[in-house]
Design a protein around this ligand. Structure first.
Ligand SMILES: Cc1cc2nc3c(=O)[nH]c(=O)nc-3n(C[C@H](O)[C@H](O)[C@H](O)COP(=O)(O)OP(=O)(O)OC[C@H]3O[C@@H](n4cnc5c(N)ncnc54)[C@H](O)[C@@H]3O)c2cc1C
Length: 386
């Protein structure tokens, strides 16, 4: 081991980017290897919702608490990267209306500021919202731009010495005496294959974590769980519009720049590189989106995409009901040293995921440095290219 331990992070999505930042800030030599461009996996194509936690307040309170806590932290450390527009949970029928008190009580328990707004005001704020809404509750949802989100973490990591190698795909993990000691990568721009040595490897490959773990003969209980999102050609809402009920298909419309994104569905695939966009999912999104915002019917669809959540699903249960929280796996428990996997969570919780895995890295490499990412403002994402 060198005097400063070298940690290689696999993946430059939101998890890997935030992890690189945390580890570099704690004084490790960090190398990020990413097979494509930054945020070219799930992080680059999600709803872009910086969750208030409202969506999980009733069913998944651990995740809801993580979201509101991280939403506040991200507002402090990356204020220029967020659209702090807020969100509404709207009731469209009696069942939604009956859910309102449960929702408000759950938000209070989770520490999520939530208040009912007068409908006359809501209609002024959201002229395209279904005029028949029966109630609307405001929460502090926000919106991020995923590429800039990841870039800001990596730009800051680079100011602290991290190296980022994009277009470098991990082909093999090198093991010596039962421990991972490095990896073999191919640089797709040059075609050159090389070895990178590591005191520890962090597997932050999102829905591909299972493929990386398999290179060391390991398995992780992470299921690639896609969702379809339909992007409309026009921005139809100012705030994030959520259905006031338990999470279900097509219950959210997130404004993103000049568009509105309707989402989402949830099913399981074997290969996160081969995700179809089922036409019936698209029509379901459009039908559900129209219930929230009738003008969806009059606007062109710009794109329909599907990406996979790296969902930690230990029971193999229905993916809709599995917690959206995250987990860190130290593979020493299965007899392989030198490899730690971090998976699950959300882009919203990426800083907290990074803190968790960096704590594990510190303990394993005997370098006790506290986490400082909560109070360290990120540099501009533009600095990545400077
Ligand atoms: C439909 C949908 C909507 C969502 N909406 C939101 C939302 O609005 N807000 C939110 O907070 N979260 C949202 N999420 C969740 C969030 O997008 C994910 O939890 C998050 O993006 C996962 O980030 P990650 O870095 O772990 O994975 P990824 O972003 O997938 O990053 C993993 C990276 O590893 C790389 N990689 C894979 N294999 C290799 C290899 N062999 N060598 C080198 N690199 C490799 C990939 O190219 C990829 O860039 C959504 C998820 C889905 C499915």
């Amino acid at each position: 081991m060198t005097s400063i331990p070298r940690v290689v992070v696999i993946g430059a999505g939101s998890t890997g980017a935030a992890t690189a930042h945390d580890l570099a800030l704690r004084g490790f030599l960090v190398t990020v290897v990413e097979r494509g461009e930054i945020a070219s996996g799930t992080s680059g194509r999600n709803h872009c919702l910086l969750h208030s936690g409202g969506r999980y307040a009733v069913n998944d309170q651990e995740s809801a608490r993580e979201c509101i806590s991280e939403r506040r932290t991200l507002e402090e450390i990356m204020p220029d990267l967020l659209e702090r527009n807020g969100g509404l949970f709207v009731a469209l029928n009696e069942e939604d209306l009956a859910f309102k008190e449960t929702f408000l009580a759950a938000c209070e328990v989770c520490g999520i500021p939530a208040r009912e707004l007068p409908l006359a005001r809501v209609r002024k704020m959201e002229p395209f919202l279904n005029p028949d809404v029966l109630a609307a509750v405001e929460v502090p949802d926000a919106v991020f731009e995923p590429f800039h989100f990841c870039l800001a973490f990596l730009a800051t990591a680079r100011t602290n010495g991290a190296e980022v190698r994009t277009y470098n795909e991990v082909l093999e993990l090198r093991t010596e005496g039962g421990a991972v000691s490095g990896l073999k990568v191919r640089d797709h721009r040059t075609g050159v294959t090389s070895m990178i040595g590591a005191d520890l490897v962090v597997n932050a490959a999102g829905p591909w974590v299972g493929e990386i773990a398999a290179m060391a003969g390991l398995s992780v209980p992470v299921t690639p769980t896609p969702g379809v999102m339909v992007t409309m050609d026009v921005r139809l809402n100012n705030l994030v519009i959520n259905r006031l009920n338990r999470p279900a298909d097509g219950d959210i419309v997130v404004p993103q720049r000049a568009t509105s994104i309707i989402g989402t569905t949830s099913w399981v695939v074997e290969d996160p590189d081969l995700i179809p966009v089922p036409p019936d999912h698209v029509s379901r999104m459009l039908a559900c989106g129209q219930q929230l915002i009738p003008a969806v019917a009059k606007v062109k669809v710009r794109a329909s995409v599907a990406v996979a959540r790296p969902l930690v699903n230990k029971t193999g249960g229905d993916s809709r009901n599995v917690s959206r929280t995250f987990e860190c796996f130290d593979h020493a428990a299965e007899g392989v040293e030198g490899l730690v996997t971090i998976a699950g969570g959300k882009t919203t919780s990426s800083r907290a995921m990074a803190e968790r895995v960096a704590d594990v890295v510190c303990a394993k490499l005997d370098k006790q440095v506290p986490c400082r990412t909560r109070e360290t403002a990120l540099v501009s994402y533009r600095d990545y290219y400077r």
